[in-house]
Every structure is written in structure tokens, then in C-alpha cells.
Design a protein around this ligand. Structure first.
Ligand code: ISC
Length: 403
């Protein structure tokens, strides 16, 4: 086991964080200007297969126990941290990673800090942004017509009561120009979607509105999203869209499945789990969502990595029941989801951490190949054309950031 020497020190207010990171391999997890950004890799742990998250949880406990940490702040994100991204499927070819950056810079509640791991680097300086670039993303292995026909096939299974919900995604592809500065994409997402988690971990870049789980000193929280509607074109039609979403049986059903799956998986680890009685409408620049916030007290000392292992995949990204939904996804989606819809976030030495569901995201490979994904929850009374339109809205953050 490596013995990492980790030192956190407070520094003068640093903002923004994004210009400080590597242009081609940005490491970022931020929301509303707060969070962590990293440079370099002091340690990289890779995992694969059905036990990838449990193995990560066990390995991380050992890494953290061996580390020599000096942390004068002791707030979420200081001390030893790893940023991570996990594959969606057990049989994915995508590796799941935990990366301990050599240098972490962070900002939370007006406090800024630098953490150095096995090094004594100076505070990183902002480097000038690269040239603007624009690229179009085109259909990948499932185009619009393929998607609606996959939804039609799913409807046959749903109407035969083989399952209650399945989340089907489609893909877009493109190629990054040589020398492109990915911080431009990250900054655009962070500015456009300030209330979402903007992340960049090992080439997985996106802005997710969904908190899979957050563990902080014994308190566990989550935000479940499922059920979506287009924003209106003016104030009145926008309010109308939100009101229709909040009363749509189809969307409330879709949401109910997602909330229940999360509560059922969390119950063995927490007590006094509280969710609002009815979902609320969450306004994003590109759409409305039905959302529920959940809070409870951890009872079994689970780390945030143990919790993502217990919770993934929720019905917001797979369906209900989980095993039938995963089988149907494997049958109808002609691609590997990679890390799309998997957990992305960070974990600290004590196991606390914040993990989002990697939605509204794209994977940029070292070759420059880009794949983006977006999906929609399908229930028995879904309309294939409307689900296709929903995936278009969900692609908007990524398509507009690259385009
Ligand atoms: C699967 C996605 O969104 C999920 C999260 C929120 C709302 C959803 C929906 O209304 O279908 C999806 O369950 C995606 O963005 O690719």
C-alpha cells in the first residue's frame, strides 16, 4: 500500500478554480463556484467488473489508513481526497478510477486551500485559455430513428408487465481538435449550469443535476431526479409546463420508481430517512425535473464509496426492477455506456464525500474521440417521439458547450 504524505494549508481566496487545472486533463468537481480541482496524479487506482465500487471502498480505506495527513482545516474536501468516476455496467470495458491529484485546490464557504500530496509544489497559477473551438456532435450507434424504435420495443415489454420502467439512452460522437483546451468546456458548463455538479474526471466531463449521495459526518443526503418537461417559451407557458409536470401521472410514476429504489437501497445503512411527501419541480436552464431530496443518519459507518456501491444503479438511470431493466438496456442499447450514468465525485480520508450521477456528460478519450449520452425513463404510457425530444433537451448542455 502506498504511504501518501498529504498536507493541507489555507490560502487567500482562490477563484475561479478552473483556469488552474490542466487544459487537456482537467480534474474538477464543483457546484456554485465551490468544490475541488486537481493537478497531476499522485495515485491512480483502477477497478473493473461487478465489484468495482466495493473494491474501491476497501482499497480506499487502506490507502487512507496508511496516509500521513496534516490538515489544519478539516472541512469537506480538505486533507486526502480522490476524485472518481465509475462505469455504469458490470461488464463495461471502461475502467473505473480513483485519482489522488498531486495538488488539490479547493474552495468552500469562503475558505480556500491547497493540498499537496508527496510534493511541495507552489500554488498553481492560472494559465491562459486556449483558442476557442467549436465542434458538432453527430449520432453515434443509435440515431433518432433507432432510438424511437428501441423505445417501441421497450414499450412491448412494459405493456406485457415484464417490468415497470426502463431508462434508454442514445449516443452522439465527435472528435476533439488537436490542442483543444477542455477547460473552456468545463467553464461553459459551470457558468451555464451553476446549480449542477460540474465535473471533469479522467476525460468524463459534464454538468449533473442529480446527487447520488453525499456523506458528511454521519449525515447522508441524496437528490433523486426522474420526470422531465421542456421549459416554456415565456413566463406563463413555463409555469404551465412545471404545473403539468407536477401533476402528470406518467412522470409521477417514473419518479416514484426512482425514489423507491433509492430509499430501499439506503434503508439498511441509515435511520430516520426523510423524503418530502411529494416531489418538487426543479428548474434547470434546459428543462424542468421532478426532484426529491432525502436525508438520514448513517448507522453503519458506511463510507460514501460503500454507499455508491449500495445505491448504483438507481431507477433514475436503469429502471424497475433493476435486473430486468439492466437486461433490457443491454438488449436495446447497441453501445457500452462507459461511465455515463455511473457515480462521479470525490471521497475523503474519513470516507465522507459527494457523488453525482454522471448525466449530461461526454467522455473525451486520449485519442480525442468524444462520446456523449442522454437517456429518458420509459414507462408503459410513454410516447417514443416525446422521449426522443427529451433526450435532445438533455443533450443541450454538452452539445452547446462543444458547439
Ligand atoms: C437518464 C437521464 O436522466 C435521468 C435523470 C433525470 C430525469 C430523467 C427522466 O425524466 O427520464 C432520467 O431518469 C439523462 O439525463 O441521460
Amino acid at each position: 500500500m502506498p504511504v501518501l504524505t498529504v498536507t493541507t494549508q489555507a490560502v487567500d481566496d482562490i477563484r475561479p478554480l478552473i483556469p488552474l487545472v490542466d487544459p487537456r486533463h482537467p480534474l474538477v468537481f464543483i457546484r456554485r463556484g465551490q468544490g475541488i480541482a486537481g493537478l497531476g496524479e499522485a495515485l491512480r487506482l483502477e477497478f473493473r467488473g461487478p465489484d468495482r465500487m466495493r473494491e474501491a471502498a476497501d482499497t480506499w480505506r487502506r490507502v487512507a489508513a496508511a496516509a500521513r495527513v496534516t490538515d489544519e482545516l478539516g472541512i469537506p474536501g480538505t486533507g486526502l481526497v480522490a476524485l472518481g468516476a465509475f462505469a455504469f455496467a458490470d461488464d463495461s470495458t471502461a475502467t473505473s478510477v480513483l485519482i489522488v491529484p498531486s495538488v488539490v485546490i479547493g474552495r468552500r464557504d469562503g475558505v480556500s486551500w491547497i493540498t499537496r500530496v508527496d510534493c511541495d509544489s507552489a500554488l498553481p497559477a492560472a494559465t491562459p485559455a486556449g483558442a476557442e473551438f467549436r465542434l458538432g456532435l453527430r449520432p453515434g450507434s443509435l440515431d433518432a430513428a433507432g432510438y424511437t424504435s428501441a423505445v417501441e420495443s421497450a414499450l412491448q415489454h412494459l405493456r406485457a408487465h415484464e417490468l415497470s420502467k426502463v431508462v434508454l439512452a442514445r449516443d452522439l460522437v465527435g472528435h476533439l481538435p488537436d490542442g483543444a483546451d477542455l477547460r473552456l468546456i468545463v467553464a461553459e458548463l459551470a457558468l451555464g449550469y451553476p446549480d449542477c455538479w460540474t465535473f471533469a474526471v479522467d476525460g468524463l466531463i459534464g454538468s449533473s443535476p442529480e446527487t447520488l449521495v453525499r456523506a458528511d459526518h454521519g449525515t447522508v443526503t441524496a437528490r433523486v431526479l426522474a420526470g422531465s418537461a421542456a421549459r416554456g417559451v415565456d413566463a406563463l407557458s413555463d409555469q404551465d409546463a412545471a404545473a403539468r409536470l407536477a401533476t402528470s401521472t406518467k412522470d409521477l410514476d417514473e419518479h416514484h420508481f426512482a425514489l423507491e429504489s433509492l430509499m430501499t437501497s439506503l434503508r439498511p445503512h441509515a435511520r430516520t430517512l426523510i423524503a418530502s411527501e411529494l416531489p418538487f419541480t426543479l428548474k434547470l436552464p434546459n428543462l424542468w425535473h421532478l426532484a426529491s431530496d432525502i436525508e438520514g443518519t448513517l448507522t453503519d459507518g458506511s463510507s460514501s464509496l460503500d454507499l455508491i456501491a449500495a445505491l448504483h444503479p438507481t431507477a433514475a438511470v436503469a429502471g424497475t426492477p433493476t435486473s430486468s431493466a439492466l437486461a433490457l438496456i443491454a438488449e436495446l442499447e447497441p453501445f457500452d455506456r462507459g461511465r455515463y450514468a455511473g457515480p462521479v465525485g470525490w471521497v475523503g480520508a474519513d470516507g465522507d464525500g459527494e457523488w453525482a450521477v454522471a448525466l449530461r456528460s461526454a467522455q473525451v478519450d486520449d485519442s480525442g474521440d468524444i462520446t456523449a449520452w442522454a437517456g429518458a425513463g420509459i414507462v408503459a404510457d410513454s410516447d417514443p417521439e416525446k422521449e426522443l425530444a427529451e433526450t435532445r433537451m438533455k443533450f443541450r448542455p454538452i452539445v452547446e458547450a462543444f458547439g
